[in-house]
Design a protein around this ligand. Structure first.
Ligand code: UDP
Length: 481
C-alpha cells in the first residue's frame, strides 16, 4: 500500500509571540513526525520579509509559508478596542481568505491547527472534513483558566472583577487579582470579555488541544485538565503537551552584542527585555536605568522609547545626548555604564543571547516564549509581568517552580523604584540566586528530556501524527468509494 503522508495546515495570528511557536510546531511536525506542513500567516508582509524566523534557511523543505492578506480593520475598531479584540477581528476578517486558500489547494490538508485567536477557523476545518486542533502557545494553567472562564457565574465574576477576590479555578491555585487576565482589569473594551469567553467555549470543541508545556512542568494542572468535571465542563478534547517548542539559536549569531558577551565572565550578565510588545512608562524606564546602574551588574538591555502620556512627545522623535544616550534615559547613562552594559535599541537576538554562556539572569515580562527560552538555557529570572497572562506566568515561576524572583512592588500603573530593581538584580546574580539557578538548570534538564525521542512531548506529537494518519486513510478510502 502506498504510504500516505499527513498534511497539517497551521494558522498563526499576528504577533511574534504567536508566529514563533507556530513556526516551531510546524518545523517539528515536518522534521520529526513526517508531516507536510503549510503555515498560514496573518501578518503584514513587511514583518515576514524582514523577520529571520521566516528565512528559508530556518524552514525545512516540507514547510510552506502562505501569507493571507491582512485586512484593514480600522473601520471596525476605536480607541477603546484592546489589542486582544483587534487580534480577534483581524483573524475573523481573514477567514474568507483562509477558506479560499484551502479550497484552492491541490491536496486537502488532513488537519487544521489554530492558535488561541484562530478558534473561529475550526468551523472552516469542519467544512473541509479536516481534523481540528488548537495550539495554546502558553501554559496549561492558562488553558485551564480560559476553558473555565465561560462557566463563571455572575457572582463569581463580580467577586473577582469588582471585589478583587482571588479567582478560584477548581484544581488550580487561586489567581490573585493583581495577576489576573487583562479582561478582568480592562473595563473599557466591552467586547473583550465576550470574545474571550467565546474562545473559552470553542477550544474544547477541537479534536485535540496542543499546549507548549510538558508533563513534568505542570503535572497538577494537566491532571485538572484531564478531569473535565474539575473545570466545570466536560472537555472531550484530549490535551497534548508538546513543548518546549522554542526557536533554536541561529547559525549566524555575529553581532556587536554577541561579540561583547564573548568578552564577559561566565554567567555574569543580566539580560533585560520585555518581549515583542512590552514598553515601560517614562518614569519606569528612568528607574530601571538607575536600578541597573546602581546594581553594578553587567547587563544587556533591549530598550524601547517609553510609552505614556508624558513621554509621547518624544515617542517618534528621539534625540540623543552628547554620549549618544537617548533622552529618555538618564543623562550620561551610556558613559557611566559603558564598561559593564550594552543597550540594544528595539530588538535583540534573544535566543542567541539567552544561550550565551555569559548570561546568568533574565529580567523578563514573562511572556511564555521568553520564559521557555530562559528555561531551556537554565537561566533564572526576575519576573516583571506587564499584560495578558504574564502575571499568572510570573506567579507560577516564583511560587511553584522556584526559578524566579519578583519585586515586592506590583505596579498597577505604579512604578518599581531603582533601589528595589538594584536589589532584585543583585539577588538573582549573587549567591542568593544560587537556589533559583539550580532550579532553572533542573527544569532545563526536564525540558530537554520531554522533547527527545521517547520524551512526553515527543510522544504526544507521535499520537497526533497517528490520529492524522487514521484520518488520512479514512479519507482516501472514502474517495475510492
Ligand atoms: N524577541 C526577540 N528579540 C527581542 C524581543 C523578543 O527575539 O528583542 C522574541 C523572543 O525571543 C520571543 C518572542 O520574541 O521568542 C516574544 O514572545 P513572548 O511570548 O516572550 O512575548 P510577547 O512578545 O508575545 O509578549
Amino acid at each position: 500500500m502506498q504510504t500516505l503522508k499527513p498534511h497539517a495546515a497551521l494558522l498563526a495570528s499576528p504577533g511574534m509571540g504567536h508566529l514563533i511557536p507556530v513556526m516551531e510546531l510546524g518545523k517539528c511536525l515536518a522534521v520529526h513526525h513526517g508531516f507536510d506542513v503549510t503555515v498560514f500567516v496573518v501578518a503584514p508582509a513587511s514583518s515576514i520579509e524582514e523577520s529571520p524566523i521566516f528565512s528559508s534557511a530556518s524552514a525545512p523543505n516540507q514547510l510552506e509559508l502562505v501569507l493571507l492578506p491582512l485586512i484593514d480593520i480600522s473601520g471596525l475598531v476605536d480607541s477603546t478596542t484592546s489589542i486582544v479584540t483587534q487580534l480577534v477581528i483581524m483573524m475573523r476578517e481573514a477567514l474568507p481568505s483562509l477558506r479560499a486558500a484551502i479550497s484552492a489547494m491541490r491536496a486537502r490538508p488532513t488537519a487544521l491547527v489554530v492558535d488561541l485567536f484562530g478558534t473561529e477557523a475550526l468551523a472552516v476545518a469542519e467544512e473541509f472534513d479536516m481534523l481540528k486542533y488548537v495550539f495554546i502557545t502558553s501554559t496549561a494553567r492558562f488553558l485551564a483558566a480560559t476553558i473555565h472562564l465561560p462557566t463563571m457565574d455572575v457572582k463569581a465574576q463580580h467577586e473577582h472583577r469588582i471585589l478583587k477576590k482571588p479567582w478560584e479555578i477548581p484544581g488550580l491555585e487561586p489567581v490573585r487579582f493583581e495577576d489576573t487576565f487583562d479582561l478582568f482589569v480592562n473595563q473599557t473594551d466591552k467586547s473583550l470579555y465576550a470574545e474571550y469567553t467565546r474562545i473559552g467555549r470553542e477550544i474544547p470543541t477541537a479534536d485535540g488541544i496542543l499546549v507548549n508545556t510538558w508533563q513534568d512542568l505542570e503535572p497538577s494542572t494537566l491532571h485538572a485538565l484531564e478531569d473535565g468535571k474539575l473545570l466545570g465542563r466536560v472537555t472531550k478534547a484530549p490535551v497534548y503537551t508538546v513543548g518546549p517548542l522554542v526557536r533554536p539559536v541561529g547559525p549566524n549569531s555575529e553581532s556587536e552584542v554577541m561579540n561583547w558577551l564573548d568578552m564577559q565572565p561566565v554567567e555574569s550578565v543580566i539580560y533585560v527585555s520585555f518581549g515583542s510588545g512590552g514598553t515601560l512608562s517614562a518614569e519606569q524606564t528612568t528607574e530601571l536605568a538607575w536600578g541597573l546602574e546602581l546594581s553594578q551588574q553587567r547587563f544587556v538591555w533591549v530598550v524601547r522609547p517609553p510609552m505614556d502620556g508624558d513621554a509621547s512627545a518624544n515617542f517618534f522623535n528621539v534625540s540623543n545626548s552628547q554620549d549618544g544616550t537617548p533622552n529618555y534615559l538618564p543623562e550620561g547613562f551610556y558613559t557611566r555604564t559603558s564598561d559593564r552594559g550594552v543597550v540594544v535599541p528595539m530588538w535583540a537576538p534573544q535566543t542567541e543571547i539567552l544561550a550565551h554562556k555569559s548570561v546568568g539572569g533574565f529580567v523578563s515580562h514573562c511572556g511564555w516564549n521568553s520564559t521557555l527560552e530562559s528555561i531551556v538555557n537554565g537561566v533564572p529570572m526576575v519576573a516583571w509581568p506587564l499584560y495578558a497572562e504574564q502575571g499568572m506566568n510570573a506567579a507560577m515561576l516564583v511560587e511553584k517552580l522556584g526559578m524566579a524572583v519578583r519585586s515586592r512592588t506590583r505596579p498597577a500603573g505604579g512604578v518599581i523604584g531603582r533601589e528595589e530593581i538594584a536589589d532584585v538584580a543583585r539577588n538573582i546574580m549573587g549567591p542568593k540566586g544560587n537556589g533559583m539557578r539550580t532550579r532553572a538548570k533542573e527544569l532545563q534538564r526536564g525540558a530537554t528530556a520531554a522533547i527527545c525521542k521517547g520524551g512526553s512531548s515527543h510522544n504526544s506529537l507521535t499520537q497526533v501524527a497517528k490520529e492524522c494518519e487514521i484520518k488520512l486513510h479514512s479519507l482516501s478510502a472514502k474517495a475510492l468509494g
